[in-house]
Every structure is written in C-alpha cells, then in structure tokens.
Design a protein. Structure first.
Length: 298
C-alpha cells in the first residue's frame, strides 16, 4: 500500500517527535542519577557530536569540502551558538528539576513566543486575532501550573527562559537558513555546547558510569535520527501538515513520564496543556493562511 505524501509526512513527524520525547526523558534520567545540569548538558552534546558529524559526512560525501563548514554569516552563527548553549542549559535544568508535563506546559508556548518576538525582530506585526491567541496560550500555562497550589521554584523561571531562547533560536534559523549550509546549521550549536559545556561541567564533575555513557549515546543517536526524520517529513509534506505533529511530543513525554518516573499529570495540568495546544494550532492555521508565511516555509 502506497501512503499519500501528507500521511507519510505526518507519520515521519510523529516518529521524530517521539524520538525527541525519548531524548527529554533520557536527560531527566541523567539528572535523576544526581549528575549536575552542566554535566548532563555537556555529556549529551559530546555524545551527539559523532552522530551529527557522521550524518553530515554521509549526506554530503559527494561534495564535502572545508568550505562546507565555513559560516556565510559568522556573526549570526556565533549568536545562534550562544543562544543554543544557553537554551540547552535552561532545558536540561528544567527537565532534571520539574515533572515532564510542567516542562512541556511552559516549553510549548514557543510557537506563540515566536509570533510575539517576530514583530520586533522580523517586522511581522501582530493582528488582534494573533494577540488573543498569545494571551490564550499564556492563560493555559497559568491553568497548567495552578498558581496558589503549585510550589514555584527556580526551575519554572529557567523553563520560561528555555522557551524564550528556543523561540529566538527558531527566528534566527529563519533569518539565516536560506544562506547557511546545512553542515554549519547542524554542527556549530553542538560544538558550542560541547566546548563551553566542558569548562562548566569541569567545576561540578562526577565520575560517569557505563550506564550514564549509554544514556548519553542514546540521546545522541535518537536526537540525530529525529532530526533526519523531521527534515524528511518537511520534504514530504507541507509545513501546515507537519508542524501540528509537534504537539504529539507532549503525549509521548507524558506517557513516558508515567512509565519511568510515576509522574501522573493532574487534571489542571492536562487542561492547561490542552488550552496551549489549541492556541498553538489556531496560530499555525492563521499563519498558514498568510501568503508571506507560507512562502517562508517553502
């Protein structure tokens, strides 16, 4: 049976986001082993590096030259590397200190933050409909986190910083993606994370077990495979079909959180996440109707 391109793209995206959810659970597992967030971030980057290099060499084996790794926009590449480094630290800290469902309730405001930050950064104004959806998404976070009953801690603020850096990273990628080679886009953020992370991890270093290394390699393999799958999904189907599949990551991660950490999401958390997903999907639908936006996704 031959699958239609939209269905094939959706299935590829679902598999990709399942892989990313497994990476997130693996980060949490390393934190549960009493490793500091700096060391977890460094280990995941170090174990990802050989897989990323292997993928680049395999994809560009016919035309691989030193120029393939030379940034066309070195300033923006450096900025993106620094933002990715900070974002990785924020996300790792949040996953190792908060339940997975609470992390995702904050992280999945990212599409709304992208729309909000695109106004000053890219000159894309926010109309009243999109403004209402942004407020609706943030209201979903409040519902999920239950102010007054949730004990707020530093990790919640760090997770919010992770969502902001993720949105900034996406906007920078939109700005440089049409001019930079894929090798530069894939490699430099991981190099930054591994290089700078080594200095930070040294200050809190604990001996690693074979189990820790295996989890790190699992993160590297799954992260790289998920990246390949999502690229294939976007090449197979329109972005308006693939992008909503990202919200399946919440379902995957919540299920894995129940299985491995006995984290059963509360009713308020599920309700808040549902509101965030609804606002995000409506935002994608509105953006999909905008000709300039559809052109930028092509």
């Amino acid at each position: 049976m031959t699958l239609s391109p939209p269905l094939r793209g959706s299935l590829l995206a679902l598999a990709s986001f399942c892989g990313y959810a497994c990476c997130d659970v693996s980060l949490k597992a390393l934190g549960a082993a009493n490793l500091h967030s700096f060391q977890v971030a460094f280990l995941s980057a170090l174990c990802t590096l050989p897989f990323v290099l292997g993928q680049i060499f395999w994809s560009h084996r016919a035309e691989l030259t030193p120029a393939a790794f030379r940034p066309a926009l070195p300033g923006l590449t450096l900025l993106r590397g620094l933002i990715t480094l900070c974002g990785s630290g924020f996300v790792t800290y949040a996953f190792t200190h908060l339940p997975l469902a609470e992390c995702y309730a904050i992280f999945f405001t990212m599409p709304l933050l992208i729309t909000l930050l695109a106004w000053p950064m890219l000159g894309e104004p926010i109309d009243p409909k999109r403004g209402v959806l942004i407020l609706l998404g943030f209201a979903g976070v409040l519902i999920a986190l239950r102010p007054g009953s949730t004990h707020f801690q530093l990790a919640h603020l760090v997770a919010a910083c992770g969502a902001v850096t993720g949105a900034l990273n996406s906007l920078l990628l939109r700005k440089i993606g049409h001019r930079e080679r894929s090798g530069v886009i894939l490699l430099y953020p991981v190099l930054f994370q591994a290089g700078v992370g080594a200095f930070l991890a040294y200050t809190v270093w604990m001996p690693l077990t074979l189990h820790d290394w295996l989890i790190g390699l699992q993160i590297g393999a799954l992260g790289t495979l998920s990246g390949v799958l999502i690229i294939a999904a976007y090449r197979t189907s329109p972005a308006i079909v693939v992008a909503p599949m990202q919200y399946s990551q919440i379902v995957w991660a919540s299920a894995l959180g129940v299985i491995f950490f006995a984290e059963i999401p509360k009713a308020e958390t599920i309700s808040g996440i549902s509101v965030i997903i609804a606002a995000g999907l409506l935002m994608l639908w509105l953006n999909g109707r905008r000709p300039a936006f559809r052109k930028s996704l092509a």
